[in-house]
Structures are given as C-alpha cells and as structure tokens.
Design a protein around this ligand. Structure first.
Ligand SMILES: [Zn+2]
Length: 63
C-alpha cells in the first residue's frame, strides 16, 4: 500500500481511505484511495464532501 506523506484527517470507509493534504500550491485536496488488493482505485477531489461521496459509492471490482 502506498504511504502518502502528510495526509491529515484520514478516515476509513470499509477498504476505502480518505485523506486531506495540500498540494504544492497550498490548496487543500482530498484523496480517496482503496486499499483492497487488486483494486487500486484512487482519485483526488477538491472538496471533502466530494471525496466522501466517492468513497461511499465506490464499488470494489475485486469483490
Ligand atoms: Zn476498491
């Protein structure tokens, strides 16, 4: 599993994790990453609520 540097407010929704971080322009972004083996889903969002929605609606192809 990848180990992002400086994520904060990491939460977990099943196998899906959400973490907030700042990009190199100082803007907050929110990354959703699925930790299930063979899934590999991850995406960045501009808002926390969009990231949480994506985490909630994510369906693992591995399952
Ligand atoms: Zn998944």
């Amino acid at each position: 599993m990848m180990r992002p540097k400086r994520f904060k407010n990491v939460t977990r929704n099943g196998p899906v994790q959400i973490g907030s971080s700042y990009d190199n322009r100082g803007r907050e972004k929110h990354t959703v990453a699925c930790t299930a083996p063979r899934c590999g889903f991850s995406a960045d969002y501009d808002s926390r609520s969009a990231a949480e929605l994506a985490a909630r609606t994510h369906r693992c192809p591995a399952r």
